[in-house]
Ligand binder design. Structure first.
Ligand SMILES: Cc1cc2nc3c(=O)[nH]c(=O)nc-3n(C[C@H](O)[C@H](O)[C@H](O)COP(=O)(O)O)c2cc1C
Length: 208
């Protein structure tokens, strides 16, 4: 493996701007395994994210094998109501109904699913900061995955099935689930969705 996959400081093999441009929400994966070394390199990138009060609150569950399928079956079983309104779903813009069901049922066939957790904090300010910090960690690890030629898809949909996720993964009440991402080699990479404001004329106001 190239140094890019080593997880050590140094050349990650892809410019950060390239990784940002190349990262896509991948919903279909090849079954090829992802090595433990690669997973650790990706998590190391997550672990280097900034965090409010330097609390570094993120925790990662690395799910493989039959447990991924168990999660998928359970998530799928919650979707009948959602699917009955599919004609109104914004997901229709980027996936077919059948593709969405297959994605939910198997996490797109990804060999690994990463679940991001934070400790539950009763103080709203800490809760917000911890969620933001864990989100920074998740984006970091997704970009690192892209740099290694791997795909990811930030998912909060499976939180519809939160009680089952907690049971299947033995997540205690003092942990909050932030999001989930499959991890694997993409079978197909979607087109980049157009930016709402590509020239940043509406989203930016310069203040002197
Ligand atoms: C907070 C958040 C939640 C998301 N939840 C889901 C999800 O449950 N299922 C899914 O297929 N994609 C989900 N996505 C991925 C978005 O649909 C995707 O990022 C968006 O369509 C833009 O595509 P891109 O990531 O390829 O740029 C989520 C993304 C974010 C940031």
């Amino acid at each position: 493996m190239s140094r890019a996959g080593s997880g050590q400081d140094g050349n990650w093999g892809m410019d950060v701007f390239d990784a940002i441009r190349k990262r896509r929400a991948v919903r279909l994966y090849r079954p090829d395994p992802v090595s433990r070394e690669q997973v650790l390199a990706i998590l190391d990138a997550g672990n280097r994210a900034p965090s409010g009060l330097n609390r570094q609150p993120w925790e990662f569950l690395i799910v493989t094998g039959n447990t991924v399928l168990e999660m998928g079956r359970s998530y799928r079983s919650t979707l009948d109501e959602y699917l009955s309104h599919w004609d109104k779903s914004p997901m229709r813009d980027f996936i077919t109904r059948e593709g969405f069901i297959r994605f939910a049922e198997t996490y797109g066939g990804a060999p690994v699913v990463i679940v991001v957790l934070v400790p539950t904090d009763p103080l709203p300010n800490f809760k917000k900061a911890d969620l933001e910090s864990a989100s920074a960690a998740l984006e970091n690890l997704m970009l690192a995955a892209t740099a290694l030629g791997l795909g990811t898809c930030w998912m909060t949909g499976p939180l519809r099935d939160e009680p089952a996720l907690r049971r299947i993964l033995a997540i205690p009440d003092d942990r909050e689930i932030v999001a989930v991402t499959p991890l694997g080699y993409p079978a197909t990479v979607p087109e980049a969705p157009p930016r709402l404001d590509p020239d940043l004329t509406k989203k930016v106001r310069w203040v002197e």
